[in-house]
Design a protein around this ligand. Sequence first.
Ligand SMILES: Cc1ncc(COP(=O)(O)O)c(C=O)c1O
Length: 437
Amino acid sequence: MLKNSEVKYQKLKDQNKTLSQRDQKHLWHPLTQHKTSPEILGIERAKGTILYGEDGKEYIDGIASWYTCMYGHCNPYITDRVSMQMLTLDQVVFSGFTHEPAVRLSEALIEILPPDQQKIFFSDNGSTATEVGIKMALQYHHNRGNDRKVMLAFEEGFHGDTFGAMSVSGLSVYNGAFEDHFIKVVRIPVPTGENNSEVLEDLKKIISEENIAGFIYEPLVQGAAGMKMHDASGLNEILKICKANNIICVADEVMTGFGKTGRNFASEFLETQPDIICLSKALTAGLLPMAITSCSQKIYDAFYSDDLEKGFFHGHTYSANPLACTAALAGVELLVSKEIQENIIRVEKSHRDFGKRLTGHPKVKNLRQLGVIFALDLNVEMPRYGNLRDQLFKHFMDDGIYLRPLGNTIYILAPFTIKSSELEKIYKSIEGALDIF
Ligand SMILES: Cc1ncc(COP(=O)(O)O)c(C=O)c1O
């Protein structure tokens, strides 16, 4: 067996090159055009809100590493529990077996999920969570002997990068090569408050013309679109009409889930509850990849049958990995703790005060906030990807802040545990950007 001393030797051999340099030889990064992208930075370790770069600098993780590490990096409450679990049960097939971390997580989640949710189905990431949600909606109708083949979705929604998820995503920036293979999707604009009646009229017309199986939506905040926020009462009316037409409502809470909106789930702001909810990202507190698609009894019952074919034949090798379930369970315990709930209120208030500081600033438009999600658009034309956006990114990195602007949208979605002094550094850096760009 390989000894640790040999691994050290390997490291020594590579010491004359940085991680960034070695990376270029074999690695292909997500969402990256390697020919034009800026250099990729090596991160050596992370703790709390801080990422430690191999350049010797510290960076405040202002987006909780794509909104996953909401309780801070390497939080010992989570790492200790996972370390213990590692010694007991590392991995086992979840088809035909079960285990304590999965059972306990299902019980804990059902306690906090919106009232209709009854069943928990595991997969690996946000895209598979929505893929499963879409498949459940389509098969629900198929199993009832009434095929419906069209999905409804919002313009500019983002639901992931697998085929079903790409199909329903309105924000498929560079998906041209795949579009011929997409499932059929009809889109409606998000309700803004002003356009609600038109959106509802649109929806009724679509329902009369198309056989809609399900409606997938990011409730209240469209993350990848640039933290765009929409009107809760409008969304509620849409959901009511969908429910009345037995269109399965699939809430994609991959981004909004687990406290970020100020409530455990964004769906809690709405009267009408979804049939299916997709969860990932902060589900496992940033420690391990895992996803869940939960559903109501009504959905589950449409699959429960003596007929084998009516079962849901979807499964991933690592479904309900015991380590990931343990991380998720510890995450849920933290989420509902007094300490984290107080932190959420503190960060919310801090962002609100920062928003007031920026009110009326000529470079700021569309300032918006829900819970700990804060965003503004720079009053400067800027394509989603490209040189100007990269300069903005560099400005923050030079200040020791990791923010990842989406075009001209600057957003903050930091760990709940971020210190007030760290928040202030982020705010100052944003104010600096307003002076420069
Ligand atoms: C709302 C939403 N759904 C799905 C996804 C896809 O998740 P993943 O990147 O884990 O596949 C994302 C990712 O950003 C997301 O924001």
